[in-house]
Design a protein around this ligand. Structure first.
Ligand SMILES: O=C(O)c1cc(=O)[nH]c(=O)n1[C@@H]1O[C@H](COP(=O)(O)O)[C@@H](O)[C@H]1O
Length: 240
């Protein structure tokens, strides 16, 4: 099976989102990421609508609050039947553990528990920002690795980081720990607000478990073609 490519559905209007999705072939089982912009407007209904159409959903709400609040929120999200969801690793181990408990407790009987991914350092953060604004004394790679270990110890199923950090730490984690990587940019595509980027092929070579791609597909003149090219680059050597 190919490793997932999550298309980030960062739209300000659901009509635009459906127009985009309806242009794509092979909708059944397509992996999509729904973030705050859509969820804050349309709520659980939009998740249920996508789910009913067979999309595999990554619900990216990046929870970051005290453990009790995160646990109760994760409990609510678990009922939506999404494939995975996110918290900020910087919320601490106790918070990540609480999120996991909330997901387990809130998942209806017989359904799979959504995978919990901890966002380490956002891919928009550079080495300079980490040092000068976050006053972190570690290098970006070491900070990401440290947060990844904390996330694993707290029960997360994986982390979000840039593909640039995966290679150096992957062998320190179990095979099923997920490294989900945004910050994907095909060669010659602009970085936009992303600081740490790599091509789909580099993400594959570095060992990413899944990639997240937004604008290079959603803003393309021909989204189907952009999706196919990026997917091909990402999944080149996978077994059919
Ligand atoms: O959690 C995420 O998905 C995420 C974490 C991160 O560190 N960086 C990051 O870009 N993302 C998300 O990945 C997507 C990237 O979109 P593009 O930059 O348009 O490809 C957006 O929806 C971001 O919210």
């Amino acid at each position: 099976m190919n490793k997932p490519l999550f298309i980030a559905l960062d739209y300000d209007d659901q009509e635009k989102m459906w127009l985009f999705l309806n242009q794509l072939k092979d909708k059944q089982g397509l992996h999509v990421k729904l973030g705050m912009e859509m969820f804050y407007q349309y709520g659980p209904e939009i998740v249920r609508d996508l789910s009913a159409k067979g999309y595999q959903i990554f619900l990216d709400l990046k929870l970051h609050d005290i453990p009790n609040t995160v646990k109760r929120t994760a409990h609510q999200l678990a009922a939506l039947g999404v494939y995975c969801t996110t918290v900020h690793a910087l919320g601490g181990k106790q918070m990540i553990q609480a999120a996991k408990e909330g997901l387990i407790e809130g998942t209806p009987a017989g359904k799979p528990v959504p995978k919990l991914l901890a966002v380490t350092e956002l891919t928009s953060i550079s080495e300079e920002v980490l040092k000068n604004e976050q006053h972190c004394s570690l290098s970006l790679a070491d900070e990401v690795k440290s947060l990844a270990h904390q996330a694993q110890e707290a029960g997360a199923d994986g982390i979000i980081c840039s593909p640039l950090e995966v290679k150096a730490m992957k062998n320190e984690f179990s095979d099923d720990f997920m490294f989900v990587t945004p910050g994907i940019r095909p060669k010659s595509y602009q970085k936009d607000d992303q600081a740490r980027v790599a091509t789909p092929a580099e993400a594959r070579e570095n060992g990413s478990t899944a990639i997240v791609v937004g604008r290079p597909i959603t803003q393309a003149a021909d989204p189907q073609q952009a999706y196919e090219e990026i997917f091909k680059d990402w999944s080149k050597n996978d077994a059919k």
